[in-house]
Design a protein around this ligand. Structure first.
Ligand code: FAQ
Length: 312
């Protein structure tokens, strides 16, 4: 009898750098891992709009307001591509949203910190989008086709987001003493949460080994964190800001920065729902979803009308 080694073929295809597409056979655990990661990623984009959304009406000029609005709209778009990519794995968007709204699904820890001053818009773009790009460029080559294709456009937009954030920090650092202090204060508050975004150390990462074998992840959490630090320290120096880490030091042998101990208790506390803004973020997300019910109802009614031929 011919026995087909489905798992073997699947892994060989991945090893040949071929993409897995929605209709291809895949192990159930691969499908589940992707649903977990892509949906967490989509939720992060959508919840990530909240800290910045608070600043649209307070942006210091019309130009800054227009740029911030465009950035936040991009994030909504990223969430939508990602939900669509996730739906190709056979799960319904309502189910995914329900998991977010009931607190079952995770989203990135970083969005549970408050955005207190205008400089936070700079720090979020520079550091949070900077960390996001470092993590997401390799995802353009992730093994699942729909996810990798969504990531290409997302990364192009994230690069613009990072540049606009850095430019805000540059402007503030060239400004008055108060403005420079504001930029430094934002860096002090966002630095550690940004480097936590890459996830736990490799030794504590539940999914990394399998995800790397399946080429969902191309690099480990610690590798990407190190690259981000090495890229960002010179950027801070260039604009005269100081990274809030007394142990940060160039290591000539490794050609990389050594850095201080990450407070993993803080990270897990935030991930478990006890960060400074977790409850507020979830409440605001649920309210936005409920307030938008009429839009979804109208879209469904219009689609039905179109199907029945009552609209051209
Ligand atoms: N926050 O075994 P690992 C953005 C969880 S988008 C919360 O290492 P994995 C754009 C993890 O889920 C930012 N939970 O997990 C933007 C797992 O728990 P589980 C989001 C975290 O999946 C910018 C457990 O810890 N980006 O910023 C976090 O292999 C500005 C063990 O961890 C993505 O989602 C965390 N930071 O690696 C928007 C990128 N880290 O699920 C607005 C795609 C880990 O078993 C403004 N995702 N956990 O219950 C990934 O690359 C991966 O999922 C990692 C985690 C690297 C995040």
């Amino acid at each position: 009898m011919l026995r087909i080694d489905l798992e073997g073929h699947f892994q060989e295809k991945i090893d040949r750098e071929e993409r897995i597409e929605a209709k291809d056979w895949m192990p159930e655990a691969y499908r589940k891992t992707l649903i977990r990661q892509i949906s967490q990623h989509a939720h992060s984009e959508i919840v990530g709009m909240l800290p910045e959304g608070n600043w649209i009406s307070r942006a210091p000029s019309l130009k800054r307001k227009a740029i911030l609005l465009a950035k936040i709209q991009d994030e909504a778009g990223h969430g939508l591509y990602l939900y669509s990519a996730c739906e190709t794995l056979g799960i319904d968007r309502d189910e995914l949203l329900n998991e977010l709204h009931t607190g079952k699904a995770k989203y990135s820890s970083i969005f549970n910190y408050p955005a207190l001053t205008w400089a936070d818009m700079g720090a979020i773009g520079w550091l949070v989008d900077g960390a996001a790009i470092m993590n997401q460029i390799p995802l353009c080559r992730t093994s699942y086709g729909p996810y990798s294709r969504a990531m290409i456009r997302i990364c192009k937009e994230e690069s613009f987001h990072q540049r606009q954030g850095y430019e805000i920090m540059l402007t503030l650092s060239r400004g008055s003493t108060v403005q420079k202090n504001m930029a430094q204060d934002a860096l002090n508050r966002w630095w550690w949460p940004s480097i936590m975004m890459f996830g736990p150390n490799d030794s504590d990462s539940t999914h990394s080994a399998q995800s790397i074998k399946w080429k969902i992840k191309r690099f480990s959490n610690d590798e990407l964190r190190q690259r981000f630090i090495d890229m960002t320290v010179p950027q801070a120096e260039l604009i005269g800001l100081k990274i809030p880490d007394p142990d940060l030091k160039w290591n000539e042998e490794r050609k990389s920065y050594d850095f201080g101990k990450i407070n993993w208790d803080e990270f897990w506390n935030v991930v478990k729902g006890n960060g400074p803004c977790n409850k507020q973020r979830l409440r605001d997300r649920v309210k936005a979803h409920e307030d938008g019910a009429w839009v979804r109802d109208a879209a469904v009614a219009y689609a039905e009308k179109k199907r029945s031929g009552r609209v051209n």
